[in-house]
Design a protein around this ligand. Structure first.
Ligand SMILES: [Zn+2]
Length: 142
């Protein structure tokens, strides 16, 4: 699957999320750390959910992979003659994109209000939420 490494948990809270990508950041002496000249912050590339939560809780910028838009099904307007066919690969890209959006939403200021972790995926679930941002599991309110 083609993916892009996008920056999350940027400490500069902006209304528009910085569109910078991992590939555009300056290399450092560590393969999994790059430097953002705009924010003067190191960005940590995360391969696992545990790494993501560790760096996010420490207030560090992180980068994660999400599917490239070329992997997603085309949006069709109108009335197609045939039922839309979505390939398994496109379904997988849609699932990954939804998961990564959930993680981004959680990291964007919602970690602090979470006193419990999701039993399904392990990510924190804010107390006011009924369902997990990341996997969608229904937990009810805390
Ligand atoms: Zn979950």
């Amino acid at each position: 699957m083609r993916t892009n490494r996008t920056i999350r948990n940027c400490p500069v809270r902006m209304q528009v999320v910085c569109p910078k990508r991992w590939d555009e950041l300056a290399s450092t002496d560590r393969a999994d750390v790059r430097h953002c000249a705009q924010c003067d912050e190191d960005v940590h590339y995360c391969r696992t959910d545990a790494e993501t939560l560790t760096h996010a809780r420490a207030g560090r910028c992180i980068a994660r992979e999400e599917p490239d838009s070329s992997e997603l099904p085309n949006i069709v307007l109108g009335r197609p003659a045939l039922p839309l066919e979505i390939t398994e690969q496109q379904e997988a890209a849609l699932r990954l994109r939804a998961r990564e959006r959930g993680i981004a939403t959680l990291l964007n200021g919602r970690l602090e209000g979470a006193s419990r972790d999701c039993p399904e995926c392990g990510y924190p679930v804010p107390d006011f939420r009924v369902s997990c941002y990341v996997c969608g599991r229904n937990l009810g309110r805390a």
